[in-house]
Unconditional design. Structure first.
Length: 169
């Protein structure tokens, strides 16, 4: 993750405001007649926050170091993410089952007749019988899966239903 000049200016501004608030809290209040003055207030760009000992330490804004790529949860900037598959998706994600068939040819025929992709399929065993299931997408939330189901069910002569990815393993 790269920082730009605006980010650095924002951080410097926030540190300055934080430091000023610390100084304001640490000083004793002035009497009302000295509260306001016509004298200009000069704020230095090199304000240093106080340390525990009360002595200010210099702040170096250029010392920011980007985290190594391996610390970014495996995401490499600029690299496209691979699409989720049944085997790579988290088990608590959802999918929409469009149809089940005892043969892969049955799935392929259904997909062709309805203008659907047959790329997302799985095999499940129910009562000791293997079924091939045609799926519509992988969704992180139940609401997204239901919306996908509701968007396609009027186009099909089946009853698509939402299930978890975990139920396919």
């Amino acid at each position: 993750m790269k920082t730009n000049n605006n980010d650095r200016i924002l951080v410097k501004l926030l540190l300055t405001l934080f430091t000023l608030s610390l100084y304001a809290c640490a000083s004793s209040p002035k009497p009302d007649d000295q509260m306001y003055s016509n004298e200009p207030v000069i704020v230095s760009e090199n304000i240093e926050p106080p340390t525990e000992s009360g002595v200010s330490a210099p702040v170096e804004m250029e010392s920011f170091v980007e985290p190594p790529v391996e610390e970014m949860n495996g995401i490499v900037p600029g690299e496209e993410l691979a699409p989720l598959t049944i085997s790579s998706a988290p088990l608590d994600y959802f999918t929409v089952q469009l149809v089940a068939s005892s043969t892969a040819n049955g799935l392929n025929a259904f997909a062709a007749e309805n203008g659907l992709s047959n790329e997302l399929t799985a095999q499940v065993t129910v009562n000791n019988k293997v079924w091939n299931v045609l799926l519509l997408g992988i969704y992180p939330t139940l609401e997204e899966a239901k919306a996908a189901r509701d968007g396609i069910k009027s186009q099909l002569n089946t009853s698509p239903w939402v299930r978890t990815i975990g139920s396919l393993h």
